[in-house]
Write a protein that binds this ligand. Sequence first.
Ligand code: ATP
Ligand code: MG
Length: 403
Amino acid sequence: MSIQKEPLFLEALPVMQQLVDAGYEAYFVGGSVRDMLLHKPISDVDIATSATPQEVKEIFSHTVDVGIEHGTVMVIHHKEGYEVTTFRTEEGYEDFRHPDKVTFVRSLEEDLKRRDFTINALAIGIDDQLIDFFDGIGDLERQCIRCVGDAKERFNEDALRMFRAVRFVGQLGFQIEENTKNAISLLKMNLSKVAVERMKVEFEKMIQSSYRKDALKLFVETGLYQACPLFDGKGEILLKLAEFPIKEMSVLQAWILFVDELKLSDKEVTHLLKSWKSSNEQIRDVLVGYKTYRARKEEEWNFFLAYDCSYEVASEVEQLLIAQNKSTSIKGLEATYQSLPIRSMNDIQLNGHDIIRILKLEKKGPIIGQVLKTVEKMILEQSIENDAEILEAYVLTHFGSGK
Ligand code: ATP
Ligand code: MG
């Protein structure tokens, strides 16, 4: 096992080397070390150092203060940004979420002690020396998620860690160690004190994970779900999401299935997603996906369904139907979208100005909208061609003076 074999580590090595040359300690830490040891692709590297943020800024010519109060400075090297964080400890979690005080320290061990799980508390130096104070390697081999130190204490410091444990089950297929799991069942309700934005990150990672089934079952079994926005009493539905016969599930698919099981109204869907701090874009996609999913269970693809729903959302809906043997392939959907005569009103070969001219209107009025709605519908039902001359003739005869 060598950091030399990982392109992302190799690229960051000169940054580490400069810190070491200046007399400080520097290590790769956290998720990237864990994933390298598991032979999984690594996404981003975190560097921890004994240098204070000020000292880091003195060593490198180009840095950005991204979270200096937490000790993180972004070092720009060859146009890439690397997050360099000073070794630190955290104290006084009065409200189950925020450390009252972050203290910079010179000891790597102190820094690793405040991390959540043993498998996330590993560090590796520039000469490949692996630092493992809490038997994280043993837990990787045993496929075990275990808190660093006392689980109850650690979850009392930051309740999100309970959700992270369950999310890592989903991503790694590991088991949660007994004491750690019992502490989750005991302290689950503290999760409700955590910012919803942080829960959302974990929920979405869990939904998309390879071992979604195991993670969701634990999410329900430990009762953790009860502390999430509007999930109380929805355990059965979350278990259905666990068992849904699709290998990888997207967040959009999960929400569509969830709200469909509950038969929520659009207003209720919006309320649910707002309570999860979803973006307006996500809410819009879920609403249209939900509507399309319900319709598609009753009818084949047609221009009206396709016109209201983007291709991306439609194909996620179709995958849900395929998974339930309610559709055999994506082909019907593709064919419909390919021959769709218009994708929006902008594609109609007639605009507001044309209508004013054709009907000799003196000013804009509601008639313009009525005409456009009428021809839009006719084009979609293929009773008229989307051709400027044909549309003009139609508008003149059906909406012209005296009509
Ligand atoms: P991912 O693959 O999802 O990025 P990760 O383990 O890298 O997983 P991050 O959220 O990127 O997770 O955090 C980086 C590291 O910071 C973790 O590996 C862990 O050591 C530490 N960490 C993150 N969140 C917490 C937390 N809530 N409590 C304690 N340590 C944490
Ligand atoms: Mg990470």
